[in-house]
Design a binder for this molecule. Sequence first.
Ligand code: NAP
Length: 253
Amino acid sequence: MILDMFSLEHKTAVVTGANTGLGQGFCIAFAQAGATVIGVARRSMQETREKVESVGGAFKEIIVDLSSPDAISVIMEQCEKLCDRVDILVNNAGIIHREDAKDVSEADWDKVILLNERLVFFLSQAMANRYFLPNRSGKIINIASMLSFQGGIRVPAYAASKSAVMGITKALANEWAPYQVNVNAIAPGYMATNNTTNLRSDAQRSEAILERIPAGRWGTPDDIMGAGIYLASKASDYVNGFTLAVDGGWLAR
Ligand code: NAP
């Protein structure tokens, strides 16, 4: 049956930034589709655990600061202990730094690039070498942004990093598609999460953004769940290197 293609039964998904926002949304969605979820975050994921367990899912966790130099080795070591194999990786954790381009320091630039760009590539590489390429099977979902397509205002490092995410997605897809490893991205539009708290509390910017969204509202973590399940499941086996916008029509305008 067609809906079986969307099932994640017997799959294990690793989701970074799983304690909140979109990451939490992916965890709940994957659990509902039958996957075991391993959340990665630098602090408690109790709320996510409760939400995953409330839909009958299994949740395991890895606590690590993703900006630390040993983050990837910690994740890989923990995965060895927590599961037999990883089938799905969602590179969701990300930070944004808002400041006029003329004032951005090298340190602030580097923090954003390290987490949003460098980690996406090297965690994907580690997972691919350990699981996806030898297993001839795997799904990587990178979280891009409207600023993979546009420049934004006062977020130059973020725009650079999210443009890179779209490039990394295509580059990895080209090399790994022959091994039945699908690498794709989701570009969320303007979503009501911690990432946009400052933006939403700026009345002028908030109104200007809302006016420009054809759907007429900010997105929520629920809105990315369908795209997440699609790109994590068999339903997307012939989709490679694509960045899927879930944006209420923002890019169409
Ligand atoms: P969020 O709630 O701020 O989520 C970001 C996640 O990344 C949090 O779990 C955060 O953990 C985690 N994180 C940040 N630095 C970390 C570190 N050093 N170590 C471990 N975890 C770290 O916002 P969100 O909107 O859900 O963001 C998720 C992804 O979507 C990000 O990549 C973001 O760029 C992208 N995105 C969001 C929007 C939007 O409108 N919201 C639009 C486009 C793309 P803490 O809670 O500990 O900080």
